[in-house]
Ligand binder design. Structure first.
Ligand SMILES: [Zn+2]
Length: 75
């Protein structure tokens, strides 16, 4: 399992990638920091601090997307 270093505290975070690249929220269990990260392979390419509000908004969008994916096509 790849690990990346938390941008906030340097703690290594085990990170399971379904795909080779990931862009989205990452929460550090050590410093409780919340970051929007861009990961390619095992490398942290970019990151920026993120608020709980932004995380929630993003999760709502993802939930909506999932809902649409599950909707059977009518044609
Ligand atoms: Zn941290």
């Amino acid at each position: 399992m790849p690990t990346i270093k938390c941008p906030g505290c340097g703690q290594e975070i085990k990170f399971f990638l379904i795909e080779n690249a990931y862009e989205g929220p990452l929460k550090c269990a050590s410093c409780k920091g919340l970051f929007k990260v861009s990961i390619e392979g095992e490398e942290l390419k970019a990151w920026q601090p993120m608020t709980e509000e932004e995380l929630k908004a993003g999760q709502e969008i993802e939930a909506l997307k999932a809902k649409f994916r599950r909707t059977p096509r009518s044609d």
